[in-house]
Design a protein around this ligand. Structure first.
Ligand SMILES: C[S@@+](CC[C@H](N)C(=O)[O-])C[C@H]1O[C@@H](n2cnc3c(N)ncnc32)[C@H](O)[C@@H]1O
Length: 214
C-alpha cells in the first residue's frame, strides 16, 4: 500500500469516527424490504443492518466482494454479494424496495447511467438512501473543480465535485431529505475556509417516482 493510500485510509478512519458512522446508522434505519447496496466496498454499512435483513451487496471490485462475504458471515448476515458496477446492475426491473449508496456516486464512471439503473431496479415508491460527497457552491466549488484530478488520483477515483443532487433531481427521484454536512466540522483547522473544500457531504433519502402521474 502506498503512503498516499495509507494517508487516505487514515483520514477516512477519522471521518468515520467523527461523524460518518453515526450518519450511516441513522440512514440505515430507513432500509426496509429487499435492500440493494451499490459499491459496498469493505461493508462499512453491514453492522448497521438488522441481522435478518434481505440484503444484496454489489461492488465492481472482486477483492471487495471477498471481504464482504467474510464480513457478512462474521456478522451472521445471510445476504448475497455480486460483482457489479452501478452503471449496469444485473437485476430485473423493480427488484428492490431500498437502494443504499454511501460514498459511491462520487466514484462511478457515469453518474446519470448509475442513477438510471438504480431507478430501474427500485420499485415505484422505493427509497434511495445516500451519504455522498458532492460539489458545493461558489468559490468552494471552484476549488473542488480545480483540485478534483489530484484528489481523484489520491482517493482511488473519487470525484469531489460530483453533481449528484442535480442528477437525482433531473431523474424521477423526489428528494425528501438532503442535509449538507462536513464530517470534520468539530476540527477547527479543517472546518476553517477554505481548507474543507474537499469535505462537503450530503446525507438523506429520495423516493423513486417512476410511473407516477405528474
Ligand atoms: C469510497 S468507497 C465506499 C465504500 C462503501 N460504500 C462505504 O460507504 O464505505 C467507493 C466504492 O465504490 C466502488 N465503485 C467504484 N466504481 C464503481 C461503480 N462504477 N459502480 C459501483 N461501485 C463502484 C469502489 O469499488 C468502492 O468500493
Amino acid at each position: 500500500m502506498s503512503i498516499f493510500a495509507k494517508i487516505y485510509d487514515l483520514m477516512m478512519y477519522r471521518l468515520e469516527k467523527l461523524s460518518l458512522a453515526s450518519r450511516r446508522e441513522e440512514l440505515l434505519k430507513l432500509a426496509t424490504g429487499r435492500i440493494l447496496e451499490v459499491g459496498s466496498g469493505t461493508g462499512a454499512n453491514l453492522d448497521k443492518l438488522k441481522k435478518d435483513a434481505d440484503i444484496t451487496l454489489t461492488d465492481p471490485d472482486s477483492m471487495m466482494l471477498k471481504l464482504l462475504e467474510k464480513k457478512m458471515s462474521g456478522l451472521g448476515i445471510n445476504g448475497k454479494a455480486k460483482r457489479a458496477a452501478a452503471e449496469n446492475l444485473p437485476f430485473p426491473d423493480n427488484s428492490f424496495d431500498t437502494v443504499v449508496s454511501t460514498l459511491v456516486l462520487c466514484s462511478v464512471n457515469d453518474l446519470e447511467k448509475s442513477i438510471s439503473e438504480i431507478k430501474r431496479v427500485l420499485v415505484p415508491g422505493g427509497k434511495l438512501l445516500f451519504v455522498e460527497h458532492v460539489r458545493d457552491k461558489n468559490l468552494r466549488a471552484w476549488f473542488q473543480d480545480k483540485f478534483c484530478p489530484v484528489w481523484s488520483w489520491f482517493a482511488g477515483g473519487c470525484r469531489l465535485n460530483s453533481r449528484t443532487m442535480e442528477a437525482l433531481k433531473d431523474s424521477d427521484f423526489i428528494i425528501i431529505k438532503a442535509e449538507h454536512f462536513n464530517p470534520a466540522e468539530t476540527i477547527w483547522l479543517i472546518n476553517s475556509w477554505p481548507v474543507h473544500f474537499f469535505l462537503p457531504f450530503i446525507h438523506g433519502f429520495a423516493i423513486n417516482t417512476k410511473g407516477a402521474i405528474k
